[in-house]
Every structure is written in C-alpha cells, then in structure tokens.
Design a protein around this ligand. Structure first.
Ligand SMILES: [Fe+2]
Length: 393
C-alpha cells in the first residue's frame, strides 16, 4: 500500500513532531546516545576509519527515502546503476517514515537497497527521531540496547540477523554524527535533530573536527539544509559559521523533498571562497514544491551574510523546475494544503539524488533526476554537474 500522509495514523505515529514544538528534548537524548556510543567504542572522537578507501573515489547521497512505496522504489534502479562504482552511499535525512521505527526497516531500507553491495551510512532526519532514534541506532550504529539502560535490548538478535541476511554493512558508523578522513577531503556528518539544532556538545565536536592541522577541504552532510527555498535557516547559523570559517566547500542536506543548488560566496581566514549548498531530499518521499522558491535575484538573506545571488542556473538551480512543480500540484486544493498531501505515487515522480566524486584536483558533483520506472530515466545522464576545484581559493 502506498505510504500516505492522508492517513491520520501516520500523523499519530509522528506525535513527537507536535510535542517538539513545545518541548524539544532532542539535544539531551542525542547526548545520551553519544555517551553510550563513546562508552562502547572507548572514544568520543567519532572518527570512522575507512582506511581501505582509495585516494580517489565516489559516493552517492540520497535524502528522505523511507516511504517504502513506489516513490521510493522508482529511484532504486538508477541508484544501483550510478552506485555501481561507488565506495559507499549515504542517506541524509528521514530513512524511515513516519517515525523511524526499527520494525519498518525491512520494507523501507533493507529490501529496497538489497542489491547495493557496499555500505550505506546515514544521518537522521526529524522522522528518525520520532522513536527517540532507537531504530537508527540499531541499524546504522549497531547499538541494540536502550539509550538509558545498556542491559535492555531494543531488538531481537535473531530478527536482526535475518534482516542483515537481506543486506548488511561491513562497517558500522560510530555515532549519528561522525567523520571520515580520506586522502583529499574530510567528510563530516552532522545530526540536526527534529528542529534543526545541533546542540552544545555536537557543536563543540564539530568545531574540533573542522579545525584539522592540514586544513583539508571538507564536505558537510547534514539532515537539514542551511539554505532552502531561497531562505537562510537562522537555527543553523552556528553550523554556517563553522562552514565558512573552516575549509568546507560543499554542504549536502535533505529534509526538503527536491533538489536545490546554491552558490554561496563566503570567506575562510579572509580568503574568498565558494560554498555549494545543496538541498537533496528527492530520494523517495513526496515532492516538496519548487514553485514557491523566488528567483535567485529576488532571494533575500540576512544582510550580515553579504550574499546576493544573480543568475540562474549558475547561482541557483532546482529540480524539478518551478513550471513542472506548479503543474504537478496543479489544483486549487493541493496548492493550499501542506506538501505532504501532494504525495504522488505515479509517474512522473521527479526524484533525484547526487553522486560526489573525490579527486586529487577537486570534487565533481553530479545530480540525477528520475521521472519514471524504465529505461529513459535509467539511461539518462546527469541533469546537472559541476566541479569544485580545490585550488580555487
Ligand atoms: Fe523528509
């Protein structure tokens, strides 16, 4: 059955979304999980050692995948094709709708990606937090015990074994926030919780791992984007400051269910640079409308950031286009309801994901769009690609 936000049960299961408006305990719970992981691993560094990675490699990032219906499945064949030469893939935001629960991982994670032979890592979206991140910690961090009680199992080991017969990682990530050091870049993964806040201890950690001695170029992979729908998210100003201060060149996040690209001028130690900010939430859930996004020249950001965008598609681009998005919504009622009600489980789907190549000279980003099951989308080249040279500082 197609996953639908028209089903009131799905809203009921996400009730923490509503309680978080009043009392958001995510920072506290994240810290409890992090302490547990630090105890298990004997370190709070949360460095993920993938020393087996070649110097040059690629990986796929998908966002907001976990509906378990055709809008998720339509992207899988293309993911397998583009993922064939990757070293790993990442799901950034909302692995499982509506509420991240462990028993839904079979239909919405293990089975859809069973033919991808490499590891899949993840950062949580708000929906993964609606079960206090328990499902996420089992399946991505291999922590099968309760956050507050290391003797209480949260999953039947036999059931987990059966799931991992469908697919399994070779290595499990050390935490919901962590980093991977590679020859040419450092990949930093952050958790923005339910409300787009990283919390004090994760911020301290992010500052520390961003300030490496050799000042390597960095990529940030996040649940929520700093720039989306032509606006700057003030809740993530602390993260943006760190991105600008250190050698970050690319930020990839989910949460908004389409693709958006922002070419943001910034500076590191007085040197001008460009940071590419991507919204990459088109991996499976309903389509968030792009026709509400203002033209690049009309976008207004906080004055102290000094950002003025001008041309499209160089400074800003989106998928699907505003025209296609307007057509897809296309009715008086849908235009007035939240995006979730426009869940579209028939073609054209307008799904997307990105593939990132790490090379000695820089980063290459490719964006793939998927409209249909079948060969047209399967064989299509990237809808957008560009290079981010390392020496361009
Ligand atoms: Fe989402």
């Amino acid at each position: 059955m197609a996953f639908s936000w028209g089903n009131p049960l799905n809203w009921f299961r996400s009730y923490r979304h509503l309680t978080a408006f009043v009392w958001d305990t995510t920072n506290k719970k994240r810290e409890e999980w992090a302490q547990r992981q630090a105890q298990r691993l004997g370190s709070r560094e949360f460095a993920f050692f993938r020393d087996d990675l070649p110097d040059e490699f690629s990986f796929v990032v998908m966002g907001d995948t976990g509906e378990g219906d055709s809008s998720q499945m339509v992207a899988v064949d293309k993911f397998l094709r583009e993922g064939a030469d990757t070293e790993f893939s990442v799901i950034a935001s909302d692995v499982i709708y509506p509420s991240g629960r462990s028993h839904e991982y079979r239909e919405k994670f293990y089975v859809p990606y069973r033919n991808y032979p490499k590891d899949i890592y993840a950062v949580p979206g708000n929906h993964d937090w609606y079960d206090e991140l328990t499902g996420f910690m089992i399946h991505f961090c291999d922590n099968t015990f309760h956050r507050l009680d290391p003797n209480q199992q949260t999953v039947d080991p036999e059931k987990l074994k059966m799931l991992r017969m469908i697919r399994s990682n070779r290595f499990f990530q050390p935490n919901m926030y962590f980093y991977i050091d590679t020859k040419f870049v450092r990949l930093v993964f952050v958790d923005t919780g339910i409300k787009g806040r990283i919390g004090d201890s994760q911020r301290e950690w992010l500052l520390r791992v961003s300030d490496d001695a050799d000042d390597k170029p960095k990529i940030l992979i996040s649940g929520k984007p700093i720039f989306a729908n032509g606006q700057f998210d003030e809740r993530l100003r602390d993260v943006n400051d760190i991105v600008n201060r250190f050698n970050y060149r690319l930020v990839v996040a989910g949460d908004t269910h389409n693709f958006q690209k922002y070419r943001i001028p910034a500076s590191t130690n007085g040197k001008r640079k460009i940071v590419w900010h991507l919204v990459n939430g088109g991996g499976g859930a309903y389509l968030s409308r792009t026709h509400i996004i203002p033209e690049a020249k009309d976008m207004r950001f906080p004055p102290d950031l000094g950002i003025r965008l001008t041309g499209e598609p160089d400074d800003f681009d989106c998928y699907p286009s505003r025209e296609v998005s307007r057509k897809q919504y296309g009715s008086w009622l849908l235009e007035r309801l939240p995006d979730a009600f426009a869940d579209h489980d028939q073609p054209p789907y307008h799904k997307s994901f990105v593939k990132v190549y790490i090379r000695a000279a820089g980063i290459l980003v490719q964006v793939f769009g998927i409209r249909h099951f079948g060969e047209e989308s399967y064989n299509a080249g990237p809808i957008s690609e560009w290079e981010i040279p390392f020496q361009d500082m």
